[in-house]
Design a protein around this ligand. Sequence first.
Ligand SMILES: Cc1ncc(COP(=O)(O)O)c(C=O)c1O
Length: 350
Amino acid sequence: MARLDFIRPAVREMAGYTPGEQPQGGGFIKLNTNENPYPPSARVRDAIAACATEDVRLYPDPMANALRDVAARRYDVPRDCIVAGNGSDDLLAIVMRACIDAGDTLAYPYPTYSLYDTLAEIAGARVVRVPWPADFTLPAGLAGTDARVTIVCNPNAPSGTFVAVDALDALARDVPGLVVIDEAYVDFAADSALRLVRQHGNVLVLRTLSKSFSLAGMRVGLGFGQAPLIAELCKVKDSYNLSRVSIAAGTAALEDYDAMRAHVARVAATRTRLIAALRRLGYDVPDSQTNFVLARKAGVDQRPVLEALKQRRILVRYFATPELRDALRISVGTDAEIDALVNALEEICA
Ligand SMILES: Cc1ncc(COP(=O)(O)O)c(C=O)c1O
């Protein structure tokens, strides 16, 4: 056995990383990792291709200023109120690095995005998971945890539900610590908490270009907060956390905003059809403000359905936790992909 006692005990005790399945090569209908089924526009792909020059021998701009400038114009926020990340996962890790010492409290409604648990374990944080109520309004207990950092995923994954921005406004007023609002899916929702950044110095809003902008493979995230908070976060980010290609792709994508909105509209229309079909099949499905839905049959383990779909070369997401094993999270694909999924489920559930 190799000696590993130089690895921190907190890390040795962690379960291994289990990424969502990414089959390389075709033949699968991939509805398991909430990617966008539509490709980025030709303009974005041209911007990526234009990076293939001798300049790749040079480091990228450490502050990704081209990207921050276009984001500043797009979202009407000063540039020094924006930090760019290698995906929003990178921004979440930066928040942990900047704010959490071992033993500090991190709080979030639960179930939610699983990376929060992982980052908390790595940091040795004390975690307070406050259960979502049945109607998925912001849990009352969240404001009383005295956490150094409170994270609200809004819209939430994997429920797809949305908390009213007024409730987040009150949370930011009521808690002493930082409130991180993870808006990875917000372009599929009806509102956003971005406006809270102007009012509260303890609010950080995270966005990603992985979902609505079809750039999961490029790794581009954006964090919005007041300038003093952003300056602290920038102290602990990797120097060159976005590649030249990521910066170019993200910049072009934000400039081609209408292309994103068109894809979001198509996804939303397909989502309506998918939810109706799943409810006809006996699933309980909350209304979704994301590009995925959570389909539940109370008390019925969905692993056999997951496996039967996989045999038909359709991938969806199953969570082997007590709270979620009776549910499947299904990304909204193209109309044809969703038709195939519904046909398969009709066979499996017959
Ligand atoms: C809620 C939530 N936040 C953040 C992310 C990370 O996105 P990114 O690809 O920008 O790292 C995801 C990705 O699935 C997510 O579901």
